[in-house]
Write a protein that binds this ligand. Structure first.
Ligand SMILES: [Zn+2]
Length: 77
């Protein structure tokens, strides 16, 4: 973790790595953004709620472009 300005809350805080394409669906990609822990938790909750779950309770995989849009949209919420 490194300190920086969180692009969501604009506070200087330790920043965590956010994989724009979820690791659970796409593995480790190089599409990484930095965001503070509190905003990261909020973002993950947001992403999971948009995805929804299948009958087995598994997160539904969306296409890459949706995750990129969710990232940029989250910053404006
Ligand atoms: Zn933040």
């Amino acid at each position: 973790m490194r300190d920086g300005t969180c692009p969501k809350c604009n506070e200087v805080r330790p920043l965590t790595k956010h994989h724009v394409l979820p690791k659970t669906h796409y593995g480790h990609t190089r599409e990484i953004e930095y965001i503070c822990r509190a905003c990261h938790d909020e973002l993950e909750y947001y992403i999971v709620s948009v995805e929804g779950r299948n009958r087995r309770g598994r997160r539904i995989k969306l296409c890459r472009e949706v995750y990129r849009l969710l990232w940029s949209q989250f910053l404006t919420l």
